[in-house]
Design a protein around this ligand. Structure first.
Ligand code: SAM
Length: 212
């Protein structure tokens, strides 16, 4: 972590103490959740863009879904998770922090859940699941993103490997990093979207539908 990053982390007060305790749980149990400055950035996008319906791909323990929902009672988050252990933990947390009305958990592989979430259109989609599959998630779900809607993709710099794949030693990780590189290039050249890549934490892409 560089000095600027630790300075900004100290500067940002942790706002919602209840949900924030889940970060400690995530760290202790090696559950990957959105990094703090990335979360602050996404929450700021939500305050600016004012989405009502958010689709999240990759719930884990429900942390980011509840963080997004905590911004306004108007916000509804549909979030998809396939791992049973995570599903159980997310359900427990959504109950515990009383977000049942605002957060709907859809169980199963996100590549197979389109029919269970297309009861509405979305103002924002957060892609935060299997990193090699971001393009598939994008292609499957953006047809139900409104014009002017926002797609946010996390981990687009993946541990610094995206900018320097030569340091990757294992074949599996190399394959995955190649997919992330392909996705980033595809995304920046996508004619239907304007994308901005941010060098924050593990890398964040913010894409706006229909902007040129
Ligand atoms: N968004 C969460 C947060 O910040 O609190 C963290 C999500 S975590 C990085 C990624 C999650 O996506 C994992 O829990 C994993 O089980 C789930 N996942 C990966 N591929 C998936 C898929 N194809 N369908 C549904 N969930 C998936």
């Amino acid at each position: 972590m560089d000095n600027n990053q630790s300075y900004l982390l100290n500067l940002h007060k942790q706002t919602d103490e209840n949900i924030e305790t889940l970060r400690t749980f995530a760290e202790e149990n090696s559950v990957p959740i959105v990094d703090r400055l990335t979360l602050e950035m996404i929450k700021q996008v939500i305050r600016l863009h004012k989405p009502i319906n958010i689709l999240e791909i990759g719930t884990a323990i429900g942390y980011s879904a509840m963080q997004f929902a905590s911004i306004s009672k108007e916000i509804h988050v549909t979030t998809i998770e396939r791992d049973e252990e995570m599903i159980n933990k997310a359900k427990e947390n959504i109950d515990l922090y009383a977000f049942n009305k605002q957060v709907k958990l859809v169980e199963g592989n996100a590549l197979e859940q389109f029919d269970n979430v297309n009861d509405r259109t979305f103002d924002m989609i957060f892609i935060d699941a299997a990193k090699a599959q971001s393009k598939k998630f994008f292609e499957l779900y953006t047809p139900i993103l409104k014009d002017g809607g926002v797609v946010i993709t996390d981990n687009v710099l993946y541990h610094g490997f995206v900018s320097d794949i030569s340091v990757v030693r294992t074949r599996n990780v190399r394959q995955m990093v190649k997919k992330v590189i392909e996705y980033n290039e595809w995304l920046i050249n996508h004619e239907g979207y304007t994308t901005n890549f941010l060098n924050i934490d593990d890398g964040l892409a913010i894409s706006i539908k229909g902007e040129s």
